[in-house]
Write a protein that binds this ligand. Structure first.
Ligand SMILES: N=CN[C@@H](CCC(=O)O)C(=O)O
Ligand SMILES: [Zn+2]
Length: 435
């Protein structure tokens, strides 16, 4: 008799974007909704879902090992956070007064603070300390309903310290229920030791760091902070093309503060995504649409930096038909929050995205920004059983009732990891190293 490992019943509302591909433009509003649903899982994979009546009929002759009733709650695909700086040492609350007095983000960096401050704390921390701190953040993300998280390096800025951050990310992936996707970001800032000699630091990145990270298979992506006073378009191109040559797919922090042309560069070199984009131009959006670059928007960062300007999500969706994704950008400087639900609220408030677009942006489009559209990001037969259970009557309730966590439960790889707002299991079905 065929076996079902977990049957989920009592789903008041099952909500998912359809398919595996990035959802562009008006497609972002189109979701599949099943009222009074059930879902069946075998070996971590969704094998059936539909109305309770249909699924229970299908289950009639099968051996069901475990059944859970979610009490009429709403179920969506597990949320995906495709842009974070998860692994780092220290925190930067001591810069708050400076920020509030009007000193800009880039000026704090130029004075040796900001990112460089966190570089110092990260270098001073050992792997266990970095692991423990990141693990606490990851637990917060999980409790918020997130099942996959991208994590960038970029607070080491020496070969050894970058590898240290990436090894911590790998260990988190091996031991924590949430899946971690690693990005090498040695080009996050020019370290103090190379002040005034950025080309020499870029030589180090290109000649030593990128090949070593690729050889040790410590990252899938390569990212650069392409910004005035940080890395120029030409420098970013050189680093990202080297990454691509070594098998690290390009991502880019693009046009966040100044319209340098990062969106155009992302298009030219075939980046999977371009992120931030507050100052990106129409030319940049058109190029991204032509080359299939996914915009990853980070409304928590513009909010926390107190900027009047926000990413032009409506133009990206309505005019350029881009597949917008959303992320926390969790980091100790510009966006110290793990809460994807706060980001959902800010996407509604400041980016004017609809609840349907927001769910699409946090699931299938975010999954595609990590090259994982085939396996996660939507509820479909054959996809991984990563699900979030919300204590909310409908999707609009999430950005509407803000400032609290609506996640009741999380299923990862078919295992119940969070139940009644509590982490109840430490394993996600990972084969190696699960705690
Ligand atoms: N903009 C560059 N990097 C991060 C901030 C990192 C930091 O301030 O520590 C970001 O994406 O916002
Ligand atoms: Zn970032």
């Amino acid at each position: 008799m065929e076996r079902i490992d977990l049957l989920i019943t009592g789903i008041g509302r099952l909500v998912t974007p359809p398919g595996n591909a990035p959802r562009c433009g008006q497609q972002m509003k189109q979701l599949d909704i099943i009222i009074d649903a059930a879902l069946a899982i075998r070996e971590g994979i969704i094998v059936a879902f539909g109305t309770s009546q249909d699924v229970l009929e299908l289950m009639r002759d099968l051996e069901v090992v475990e059944t859970i009733d979610v009490g009429g709650r709403m179920v969506t695909p597990g949320l995906v956070d495709p842009h974070t700086h998860l692994v780092h040492g220290g925190s930067r609350e001591h810069e708050l007064a400076l920020k509030r007095s009007g000193v800009s983000y880039l000026d704090i960096l130029a004075q040796g603070g900001g990112i460089l401050n966190t570089v110092q704390s990260t270098r001073e921390a050992n792997e266990q300390e970095l692991y423990d701190k990141a693990c606490r953040s990851l637990n917060e993300m999980l409790l918020n309903g997130v099942t996959t998280v991208e994590a960038k390096s970029g607070y080491g800025l020496t070969l050894e310290d970058e590898l240290k951050q990436l090894r911590v990310a790998k260990r988190l992936n091996d031991t924590h229920p949430v899946e971690i996707v690693s990005t090498f970001m040695g080009a996050h800032a020019v370290p103090l030791a190379y002040k005034g000699r950025p080309e020499e630091y870029i030589d180090l990145i290109v000649n030593e760091m990128v090949p070593k990270v690729a050889e040790e298979e410590l990252a899938e992506f390569c990212d650069v902070f392409c910004e005035k006073g940080v890395f120029s378009i030409e420098q970013s191109r050189r680093i990202l093309l080297k990454g691509k040559e070594c098998g690290l797919l390009p991502k880019i922090h693009a046009d966040e503060i100044e319209p340098l042309g990062g969106a155009e560069l992302a298009s030219e070199i075939g980046a999977i995504s371009a992120e931030h984009l507050l100052s990106a131009t129409d030319k940049g959006f058109a190029a991204m649409a032509e080359h299939g670059v996914i915009p990853v928007l980070l409304p928590g960062t513009s909010f926390n930096l107190g900027l009047a300007k926000h990413a032009r999500a409506r133009d990206m969706i309505d005019t350029y038909e881009l597949p917008v994704a959303l992320a926390t950008d969790y980091n100790p400087g510009s966006c110290p929050t793990e809460s994807i639900q706060l980001i959902m609220m800010l996407a509604s408030l400041n980016l004017k995205m609809t609840p349907e677009e927001i769910l699409t942006a946090c699931t299938i489009n975010a999954a595609n920004a990590l090259g994982r559209g085939e396996s996660i990001g939507s509820i479909a037969v054959g996809k991984r059983a990563d699900l979030t259970i919300f204590d909310a009557p409908n999707l609009a309730y999430l950005p509407y009732h803000f400032g609290i966590n609506h996640t009741f439960g999380v299923i990862k790889n078919g295992n119940v990891i969070v139940w009644d707002r509590t982490i109840v299991a430490k394993e996600s079905g990972k084969e190696e190293g699960a705690r």
